[in-house]
Design a protein. Structure first.
Length: 150
């Protein structure tokens, strides 16, 4: 709903692109423990989520969180669920390499189906950022540079 749907809208935009055959797109909804098995199944996971971090709506930030505390403090409506999911995954075994594409939102808009103009305008940047991550992973897999993304 509203800007909270940036992950869903990003998956829809990414689906319009040609992606490597080993890349799977999934709308994880609002998270939840039904996603826990993915942390054991995949070596790399790219998460796209809205965050209320006080920056301009539509700002895009890429991080590589390794712990629940590495996630932005104020992820939107499912903040606790995503952190709980990550903490639970850590109890089960080693985490995959995680990449978080955090998109700044102004507030949660539960009665809207569309994105605000600022967040809507960020979709091309989000797609570009995901492609950057995929290129970095491909380079790592072929023995290239192991430079961290920041």
């Amino acid at each position: 709903m509203g800007d909270e749907g940036i992950g869903v809208r990003s998956v829809e935009e990414l689906a319009k692109n040609t992606l490597p055959p080993n890349v799977h797109l999934l709308d994880g909804g609002t998270g939840g423990f039904h996603l826990l098995s993915l942390f054991q199944e995949y070596e790399y996971i790219v998460l796209i989520d809205g965050t209320m971090d006080g920056t301009e709506a539509g700002s895009v930030r890429l991080t590589e969180p390794r712990f629940a505390s590495d996630f932005p403090r104020t992820l939107s409506a499912h903040d606790i669920g995503l952190r709980d999911l990550l903490e639970s995954a850590m109890l089960i075994g080693p985490l995959p390499r995680l990449f978080l594409v955090a998109v700044s939102v102004d507030d949660i808009q539960p009665m809207r189906m569309d994105l605000s103009p600022g967040v809507e305008a960020a979709l091309p940047k989000i797609v570009q950022t995901v492609h950057q991550v995929l290129d970095t992973i491909a380079e790592r897999e072929t023995g290239g540079d192991d430079t961290r993304i920041s």
